[in-house]
Ligand binder design. Structure first.
Ligand code: ATP
Length: 302
C-alpha cells in the first residue's frame, strides 16, 4: 500500500442490531493532511473513529492505518497513532505535568524532556504545575492532546476536539492543531459538526451523511467549485435587477436593502460586472460573499 496513505477505509459497514450506522464508507487520508470528517449528529463519525482505533469491529469492509489493518497490534506499533476520542479525564488534584508523567508511565519509561516539550507545544508552559482542577475546559482539552502527543505519533485522531469550547478555547485548539501539523509533521484527522471550524483548520475534508461519504476534496476546492453570492451596489436597482435576471450564468438575482445580490459561479463574477457596465449602470461596489462549508453542506444535502 502507498506509504503516503495514513488512513484508508474500504466499503466499511457497521450495524448496531438492525440499525445501519455505516453504509459502505470509503475514505482515504494522506500523510500531512489536516483532515476534517464533517457531518451532522448520527452520521457515523464516532463509529468510524472507533473502528479506526480498534475499539469496535466493522460488520463488513476494512479499515487500515498506515496500511495495517486497524485494531491490530501492527497498526498501533511504534506509537504511530495518537488519539483523543472522549473528554480526557485526569487526576484533578494533581498538576498537568504530573498527570502527563503518570499517564506516560503506564506504557513504559517516561521521557521527562518530551513531557516538557509537549507542555510547551500545547501552550501550557507556566501553568503545568497548577492542579488540573484549576484548568479551563480548553486547557484540559489541550492537556489531552499533549498526552496523545507524548509518544511522538505520526497521526493524531480526534473526535470532536472543538466540542464544548468557548471562542477563546476554539482559537487555541485550532492554532495548536495547525502548529503540530506544520512543526511536528503530524497528520491530523478530526471529526466535527462545526462547519466553520473545518473550513478554518483543515486542508482537506470529507462530508459524511448516513454512513457514507458524499463529498471529499481539498477544502479550497470544495469552496471554489460552488456557486457564490455577490452583493452589488448600482445607481439604478430596478434596471440592474433586469440586467442580472437576463444573464444565463446567474441562477438567482434579488433586490434587498438597497443592494442587489446575484448567485453565480465564481469565474463569472467579472462578467456580471461587464454586463452591468455595458447596460450603462454605475457599479459602486461589487463584493463576493464568502461561501462556507455550511452553504456547501446544505447544497449537497438537498
Ligand atoms: P455524533 O456527532 O452525534 O456523535 P456521529 O456522526 O459520531 O454522531 P455515531 O455516533 O457514529 O455518529 O452514530 C451513528 C449512528 O449509529 C447513529 O444513528 C447512532 O444513534 C447509532 N449508534 C451509535 N452507537 C450505537 C450503539 N452503541 N448502539 C446502537 N446504535 C448506535
Amino acid at each position: 500500500m502507498d506509504n503516503d496513505i495514513a488512513i484508508q477505509t474500504v466499503h466499511l459497514r457497521k450495524r448496531y442490531g438492525r440499525h445501519r450506522a455505516l453504509n459502505g464508507l470509503d475514505l482515504t487520508v494522506r500523510r500531512g493532511e489536516i483532515f476534517g470528517f464533517l457531518g451532522p449528529n448520527g452520521a457515523g463519525k464516532s463509529t468510524t473513529i472507533r473502528i479506526l482505533l480498534g475499539l469496535l469491529r466493522p460488520t463488513r469492509g476494512h479499515a487500515y492505518l498506515w496500511g495495517q489493518p486497524a485494531g491490530t497490534v501492527a497498526s498501533r506499533s511504534d506509537d504511530r497513532v495518537g488519539s483523543l476520542v472522549e473528554e480526557p479525564t485526569f487526576y484533578e488534584y494533581l498538576s498537568g505535568r504530573r498527570n502527563l508523567q503518570l499517564l506516560a508511565s503506564l506504557s513504559g519509561p517516561v521521557d521527562l524532556k518530551r513531557i516538557d516539550e509537549v507542555i510547551e507545544l500545547v501552550g501550557l508552559k507556566g501553568r503545568e504545575k497548577d492542579p488540573v482542577r484549576a484548568y479551563s475546559h480548553g486547557m484540559k482539552q489541550r492537556l489531552g492532546i499533549a498526552q496523545a502527543l507524548v509518544p511522538r505519533p505520526e497521526l493524531l485522531i480526534l473526535d470532536e476536539p472543538a466540542s464544548g469550547l468557548d471562542p477563546k478555547g476554539l482559537v487555541e485548539v485550532r492554532d495548536l492543531l495547525q502548529r503540530i501539523n506544520t512543526e511536528e509533521g503530524i497528520t491530523v484527522f478530526l471529526s466535527s459538526h462545526l462547519l466553520h471550524e473545518v473550513e478554518l483548520i483543515c486542508t482537506d475534508a470529507a462530508i459524511v451523511s448516513d454512513g457514507r461519504i458524499v463529498k471529499r476534496d481539498r477544502v479550497a476546492n470544495l469552496l471554489s467549485s460552488q456557486e457564490t453570492s455577490v452583493s452589488i451596489e448600482v445607481d439604478d436597482l430596478e434596471r440592474g435587477l433586469e440586467v442580472l435576471s437576463g444573464l444565463a450564468f446567474v441562477s438567482e438575482a434579488q433586490q434587498r436593502d438597497g443592494m442587489l445580490t446575484a448567485v453565480c459561479p465564481p469565474d463569472a463574477i467579472a462578467e456580471v460586472n461587464t454586463a452591468l457596465v455595458e447596460a450603462h449602470l454605475r457599479v459602486s461596489r461589487l463584493a463576493r460573499e464568502r461561501l462556507t462549508l455550511e452553504d456547501l453542506y446544505m447544497e449537497l444535502m438537498q
